[in-house]
Design a protein around this ligand. Structure first.
Ligand code: HEC
Length: 122
């Protein structure tokens, strides 16, 4: 009998900590729609390269996109850590790059990354 009283808060705790660890992809999608689509889309390159499959890809690998030499020559693989550094301060992370935009809020960066992670190759 008593155990069930303990299980509910434990489940709630585990649930929120897991959700947090993964980032909130829905907030990430909203962030993407308001902040990134001026230059990016998931499937078509605009002023910035298309983003489908970017998580796990080598930087500068979207065919046909005119990258800066700095980004193209970088040996960066996009993962949670590198995307976070890029979005926080692209020029500090890859000097000579040409994305004139950054995201100062750490939680928003985490959520954006969680969203990009869901946009896998079809
Ligand atoms: C003002 C236009 C602009 C905005 C806004 C912008 N970007 Fe970019 N982004 C670019 C450009 C241009 C590049 C290519 C940079 C280069 O070649 O050095 C780029 C490159 C990238 C890359 C590297 C992709 C690859 O193929 O290696 C990622 C990841 C990225 N942007 C994410 C984002 C996210 C997420 C947002 C929204 C928070 C965002 N960008 C907003 C212009 C923009």
């Amino acid at each position: 009998m008593k155990a069930s009283f303990l299980l509910v808060p434990l489940a709630a705790f585990l649930n929120t900590s897991l959700v947090h660890a993964a980032g909130d992809a829905e907030n990430g999608r909203l962030q993407y729609m308001s902040r990134c689509i001026a230059c990016h889309s998931i499937d078509v390159s605009l002023a910035g390269p298309a983003h489908r499959g970017v998580f796990g890809a080598k930087a500068g690998s979207v065919a046909g996109f005119d990258y800066s030499p700095a980004l193209r020559k970088s040996k960066v693989i996009w993962n949670e850590r590198t995307l976070d550094q890029w979005l926080r301060n692209p020029e500090q992370f890859i000097p000579g790059q040409k994305m004139g935009y950054s995201v100062s809020d750490a939680k928003n960066r985490e959520d954006l990354i969680a969203y990009l992670k869901t946009q896998t190759r079809r």
